[in-house]
Design a protein around this ligand. Sequence first.
Ligand code: ZN
Length: 203
Amino acid sequence: MTVPPGPTEPSEPSLPPHEPNRDMPTEAYGGAGVPDAFGRLWTPHRLAYIQGAGKPTGPGAHEGCPFCVAPTLSDEEALIVARGALVYAILNLYPYNSGHVLICPYRHLADYTELSAVESAEFGDFTTRAIRALRSASGPHGFNIGMNLGSVAGAGIAAHLHQHVVPRWGGDTNFMPVVGRTKVLPQLLADTRKLLADAWPGG
Ligand SMILES: [Zn+2]
């Protein structure tokens, strides 16, 4: 299974069905104004990452990594849904569907096998909580869940492990790549974050 790209992964070539070139206007969604609208809509939220993540902030290889920077921002700025002891849940800036969540360890590590036992446990627990929060908040019919390990596998930010949790609804494959561009506005992302944060299971 391939899963859609992470927060700053706009140009991953191998991730259907939300591969960015397909994200551009299609015959089903024509209109000259669309590319401009797309850029304006996304720029503010991308900026939150770019300001902190677009350039190295220190000598370490992980400094400037968006998944390392995000937890240093407020939940609202970074679109973080929930924070655990060792992992956190964040909205994908380039969601395939509304509510597309990424589970990330705080530690900058690339491979699933590098997770410690306790990190792995919380990683799994957060995946479960994300599913429950999404079910409670928006009643999806199914989910795509998984990781792309390595750039060759489609990971845009291969250096920092992240698990995709993508809610699915019947028929969404046909219209969501198009409609999603229209309905996944920054305000909706903020709303989605609040919705999921409120629905996030405790304890
Ligand atoms: Zn990182």
